[in-house]
Design a binder for this molecule. Structure first.
Ligand code: ISE
Length: 336
């Protein structure tokens, strides 16, 4: 039987998720849509799922008997409330990152979900489904480079748009790298520091773009991440880990090289939807399969909490200019 999905938020990424669940994911049906601007939800329904019901409120969608599971891609500030409502309704929920805008918000979700005795939430950290990252993970897990000592990463976007704030560099962008290292290394972080290189003239000076984040893990691995959201040239994600007996490096996405006019070109993707297209397909397939089996397997609320507790510390470090400690609450049993 097909899993009937209700989508809250049908903006750019939300509409893309509707498209993939209607056309690509097996075992799923798009049964309901909600968007703050209703006409947008109607257009997306028209395009990909004409049979789906467009609801007047997100609550109506969550409570609808037509919906088995909820997919949230609305604005980050709405996530916590909507996830809590889905948990209250006893429904599985896929929520785009961040799980909540603060670690305290994530804690409220951890409490509500763990009180039900089972996992209901999957967080949209799509990189853990990317083939290149999965390759890194298996090399690290099989100790191909021995114990990891340090890592270098870069997270670049071509442009950020006028709405982007200094804090969002941490809570919306860096958060992916934080979750990636949490998953790759299987450990959390104890401290964060933020350094400011010379700012680009191609973004508002108040953004202070780019920034360099230093994270320290529980076992002492040091990680530097360049976050640069107005690099101009592409959506570019880099990651290398150095161990006692070697280095592992994230491969570039497979793209043919073009030799022409005395040059050798390889295209760089320009956005996350293109760079991580296959990973988005796999994460939603995993969610639908998890709902059908009654057991979710993707990134859980604990991963969402660790990521937000860490980016909260980075935001404190942006302001203080100091090394900020990261302290986590005990991990509830349901996430072990
Ligand atoms: C956006 O929300 C994403 O999730 C992208 O992956 C990230 O690169 C971008 O900086 C965020 O704004």
């Amino acid at each position: 039987m097909s899993v009937r999905l209700g989508f809250i938020g049908t903006g750019d990424l939300g509409a893309d998720h509707v498209r993939r669940c209607a056309n690509i994911i097996s075992g799923a049906t798009v049964s309901a849509l909600y968007n703050r601007t209703q006409s947008r939800a109607e257009d997306v329904a028209q395009q990909f799922a004409p049979e789906a019901r467009v609801t007047a409120t997100p609550e109506e969608l969550i409570e609808s008997p037509l919906v088995d599971a909820v997919v949230i891609s609305s604005a980050s500030q709405t996530h916590e409330d909507l996830v809590l409502k889905a948990i209250q309704a006893g429904k599985y929920v896929f929520c785009e990152k961040p799980l909540a805008t603060t670690a305290e918000g994530c804690e409220r979700i951890l409490h509500a979900e763990s009180a039900t005795g089972k996992r209901l939430v999957q967080v949209g950290f799509m990189r853990v489904y990317d083939e290149g990252y999965l390759n890194l993970k298996s090399l690290i897990d099989t100790k191909a480079i021995g114990s990891v000592l340090m890592a270098h990463a870069a997270h670049r976007n071509p442009t950020s748009g006028p709405h982007y704030t200094r804090e969002m560099l941490m809570s919306e962008t860096l958060i992916h790298d934080v979750n990636t290292f949490h998953w790759l290394l299987g450990e959390s972080f104890i401290a964060a520091q933020v350094l400011y290189p010379r700012s680009t003239s191609k973004a508002d000076a108040a953004l202070q773009d780019p920034q360099l984040v230093i994270l320290e893990t529980e076992s002492g691995v040091l990680i530097d991440v360049e976050v640069f959201v107005n690099c101009q040239f592409g959506y570019d994600v880099q990651c290398a880990l150095i161990g006692e007996s070697g280095e592992v490096r994230l491969p570039e996405p497979a793209r043919a090289t073009l030799r022409q006019n005395g040059q050798n070109h390889t295209a760089i993707t320009m956005g996350c939807k293109e760079r991580f297209e296959a990973a988005y397909d796999r994460e939603l397939q995993a969610f639908v399969d998890g709902v059908a089996a009654g057991k979710l397997t993707g990134p859980d609320s604990w991963a969402g909490y660790v990521a937000s507790a860490t980016t909260d510390a980075c935001i404190r470090a942006q302001k203080s200019g100091k090394r900020e400690d990261i302290r986590l609450i005990p991990q509830p049993d349901v996430y072990r």
